[in-house]
Design a protein around this ligand. Structure first.
Ligand code: SF4
Length: 876
């Protein structure tokens, strides 16, 4: 295949269209100008997709307990293990833990096997961790899990409220729409405890206390009620539950001073937000993990939806609550019923008979299964005897992750199907199954605005990797269900999925894609991005839901829900006085199994720091850049401190991405409390009481190498992928007696005649060494007793030289670049590799005063635009 293939980005829920053109070296990537989600744009992650499709780290063959086996043997063993557990302990003794990375067709087959043929609903997805509170909130308010809005609404909105979302980093292409709306006069309110890149672009930023969102929106409800902000006609005709919702709001929030006090923000800012909402007809409230990942996440979602319903700001262009999904196919998983709390095709377990008839299945799950956190608890206590984990890494991402790791260690049968050979979860697999990756997979995904797009392959799976749907169907066959899983390909699965969506039920859900049933292979291949609903006979999908004020509830009315604000399940106390918040960074994705391979993406934020307000640094005796012990009741990590006034005092932030594969001690999931929302089961990943104390180190250092390092216990290490080298950030509690031999042994350098440059100041405790091979840099190592070490960027550049000149050799011994301008500083613009120092210097020296001027001068920010908020921050 050499022609350009239209496909979809495999990262976030924006669902950008991608043009992929295979080349001899890999694949060229560009945004698809015809895709309605992105109109040709891609963010830094999407733009760097070509750097993540190599075979490094790929799982290429089936394995049983570490030994390569043939596919038939691995599949026989999976089926036998599941069969035995079901026979001995019943269908609820087995489970699937699946992922928003799966395609809809994969998801459909997994859900059908578990619920219709094994007869259990113990299939849950990692989407439970990011948007199940939104799902539950939608069901309570609208009668069905429906996101009513679409991206075009952001262009039409006059006020955009972003709650719990660092969209500039996490959904950059949608955020660019918001910036355009701002340029056309829309106002932006950002509600987030941190001053994020997104908050920096806001007209009003409300840095509310962690967990106080429901108070803020209940306060808005009472404010609107007291100030003529209720559309009584709409309320009367299309909703129910207003009285109870208003009472709960009055009881918990009340006046603006009371709200401001509870939320820890200024009264005038709360008043400005409330007045803006009151005076604006076209308001879109976008919410994401900051709302959902809470022990009261569903109530927070409904507190937001209530405020839209009372003013009739739903189902109208430019208006509505808008849940943005984290993963590329979280929505597709919801459509097929991949959550343990639904059955299939947006139907609950009351439709079990209908679905069983459709599937012609021997059994059917009749009640919800275990949600993610409960599911792994059941693995831990032995109720689940066989688990199959598909395309996800729960040992990193789930709360109380060390318990998850122990549970897998003790589980009689753990099957993992994945793309990557070595993950923190794959380590505990009895059976490893190689799955096809992005670029090899063939199917559909649905983005945050209910738009179904094709993910098309542009190359064959390497080794023995197979599509997930094929692997599941093969196991189903071995369990005795050949006929029901005998699919010739993904088009047939999609057809069945589409037909199931139109199954006559007591109440027909809005999710109906019967108009897409019956596509032959060619039509399926050619399927253009389309929004649902797409019922039979439709000429196009529907971009506007609830325009007629009729909802998917039995009486057609939307429900206002009495939302009672609750504090986080675990409060801070004298032992754990800080609130640990977790989230994403701009250029990494989930557990870095792909983005960790990209030098470009690894250059932005390269270390798993804990961000701490300077006041808390002083209070806890911490130094910016030094190590600290971050502990909670669930675990302890040793991490580097980053003092940041973007943090509120009393709270700290740590990214979710780093695993044991990339760092000695950075799985933040191991610190997170396992409390969940009682309605949705979504964990409280945004608030865990924590403590910080210094973790003194005798030395700090870093190592660059073209080769590997020989295993050696190191107190602190982080691995960073670079262009032509790997970098390690290091620290140790004890200084080696002999730096020179320690460094050689770490690098496995045994040739006594090798070309080494070395500098040692024993009194100051400084050591620098470089190993050259044929005049080229092969490795270098720098150590010091403090964090005062040379900048890293200019050293990266030396790895690009064919031969070092004398000045460069001297600079290695001096520990500073021969030309100071060579140190461009930490990367801001990933696309063009423009560093912070370069931008700051150009702003100062050339008097650049705008993002556009910086772009014109340095190119920074002119491609994907993900770095524009940071450039604006530097300018200001
Ligand atoms: Fe991919 Fe970025 Fe688009 Fe998300 S915003 S789908 S990560 S290109």
């Amino acid at each position: 295949m050499t022609e350009t293939v239209r496909t979809t980005c495999p990262y976030c829920g924006v669902g950008c269209g991608v043009l992929a053109r295979p080349t001899a070296e890999g694949v060229d990537i560009a945004g698809d100008p015809d895709h309605p989600a992105n109109h040709g744009r891609l963010c830094s992650k999407g733009s760097a997709l070509g750097e993540t499709v190599g075979l490094e780290g790929r799982l290429l063959n089936p394995q049983i307990r570490g030994r390569r086996v043939a596919w038939f043997k691995a599949l026989d063993e999976v089926a036998a293990g599941f069969h035995q557990a079901i026979q001995d302990y019943g269908p609820d003794s087995v489970a699937f833990y699946v992922s928003g990375q799966l395609l809809t067709e994969d998801y459909y087959v997994a859900n059908k096997l578990m619920k219709g043929f094994i007869g259990s609903a113990n299939i849950d997805t990692n989407s439970r961790l990011c948007m199940s509170s939104a799902v539950a909130g939608h069901v309570r308010a609208f009668g069905e899990d429906v996101v009513p809005g679409n991206y075009e609404d952001l262009h039409r909105a006059e006020l955009i409220v972003l709650v719990g979302s660092n969209m500039a980093w996490c959904h950059p292409i949608v955020f660019r729409r918001i910036r355009e709306a701002q340029a056309n006069g829309a106002r932006l309110v950002v509600i987030d405890p941190r001053r994020t890149a997104t908050a920096g672009e806001a007209d009003i930023h409300l840095p509310i206390e962690s967990g106080s969102d429901a108070v803020l929106f209940n306060g808005l409800l009472t404010f609107l009620e007291s100030n003529g902000g209720i559309d009584y006609e709409y309320l009367e005709a299309h909703t129910q539950g207003f009285g109870a919702a208003l009472k709960a709001a009055r009881d918990s929030a009340g006046s603006i001073p009371r709200v401001a006090g509870q939320c820890g923000v200024r009264e005038e800012d709360v008043a400005a937000f409330y007045r803006a909402f009151l005076r604006t007809d076209q308001v879109v409230t976008v919410f994401s993990q900051g709302i959902n990942q809470s022990s009261s996440g569903t109530d927070k979602v409904n507190a937001i939806i209530n405020c839209h319903l009372i003013g009739g700001r739903v189902g109208k262009p430019g208006s509505g609550p808008f849940s943005i999904t984290g993963q590329p196919n979280a929505m597709g998983g919801r459509e097929v019923g991949g959550l343990a709390s639904t059955l299939a095709a947006h139907s609950g377990f009351d439709a079990a008979d209908d679905v069983q008839r459709f599937w012609d299945s021997p059994v059917i799950a009749r009640e919800p299964g275990l949600k993610a956190v409960d599911l792994f608890d059941a693995v831990a206590d032995g109720r689940i005897r066989a688990i199959w984990i598909m395309a996800t890494n729960p040992v990193v991402s789930l709360p109380n992750a060390d318990r998850v790791r122990q549970a897998l260690k003790d589980c009689p049968l753990v099957v993992v199907s994945d793309v990557t050979r070595n993950t923190d979860t794959a380590t505990w697999a009895d059976i490893l199954l190689p799955a096809a990756a992005w670029g090899e997979k063939d199917g559909t995904v649905t983005n945050s605005e209910r738009r179904i797009s094709r993910q098309r392959p542009f190359r064959e799976p390497p080794g023995e990797a197979k599509p997930d749907w094929w692997i599941i169907a093969q196991v189903a066959d071995r369990l005795g269900f050949r006929q029901a899983f005998d699919y010739p390909g993904p088009a047939a699965i999609f057809d069945e999925h589409a037909r199931l969506s139109a199954l006559p039920r007591d109440r027909q859900p809005a999710f109906n894609i019967a108009g897409l049933a019956g596509l032959d292979r060619a039509a399926y291949d050619a399927l253009a991005p389309v929004q649902w609903p797409y019922p039979e006979g439709a000429l196009a999908g529907t971009d506007r839901l609830f325009a007629d004020g009729r909802f998917a509830t039995p009486d057609g009315r939307a429900a206002l829900v009495a939302a009672t604000p609750r504090r986080p399940a675990h409060e801070r106390d004298e032992h754990y006085p800080l609130a640990l918040n977790t989230g994403r960074v701009r250029d990494h994705w989930h557990t870095m199994t792909r983005t960790g391979l990209s030098p470009t993406l690894s250059a932005h934020i390269d270390e798993p720091i804990v961000a701490v307000h300077p006041r808390d640094c002083r209070r806890h005796g911490l130094t910016d850049g030094a190590m600290a012990r971050l502990s909670t009741r669930w675990g302890t990590l040793v991490v580097r401190v980053e003092a940041s006034t973007d943090q509120m005092p009393g709270s700290v932030f740590m990214p979710i991405h780093w695993s044991d594969q990339y760092a000695s001690s950075a799985r933040v999931g191991s610190l997170v409390n396992p409390a969940v929302c009682a309605v949705s089961g979504e964990p409280e990943l945004k608030h865990t009481p924590a403590n910080l104390e210094p973790a003194p180190m005798a030395w700090y250092g870093f190592l660059f190498t073209r080769g590997g390092v020989e295993a050696k216990p190191l107190d602190y290490w982080v691995r960073v992928t670079g262009q032509a080298f790997t970098r390690f950030e290091l620290a140790g509690r004890e200084r080696p007696a002999d730096w020179s031999s320690w460094t050689r042994s770490l690098l496995g350098a045994r040739d006594p005649d090798a070309d080494w440059l070395e500098y040692q100041d024993s009194r100051a405790g400084r050591y620098r060494a470089a190993w050259l091979v044929n005049e080229r840099m092969h490795a270098c190592f720098f150590a010091a007793p403090t964090t005062e070490l040379p900048a890293r960027r200019w050293l990266s550049a030396l790895f690009g030289r064919e031969a070092l000149n004398e000045a460069e050799r001297t600079s290695l011994l001096m520990g500073r670049p021969a030309d100071p301008a060579a140190d461009s500083g930490p990367v801001v613009c990933s696309c063009f590799g423009v560093g912070r120092n370069t931008i700051v210097e150009a702003v100062r020296e050339q008097g650049l005063a705008s993002v556009e001027a910086v772009g014109e001068c340095l190119q920074a920010g002119t491609n994907c635009g993900s770095c524009i908020p940071e450039i604006r921050g530097l300018l200001s």
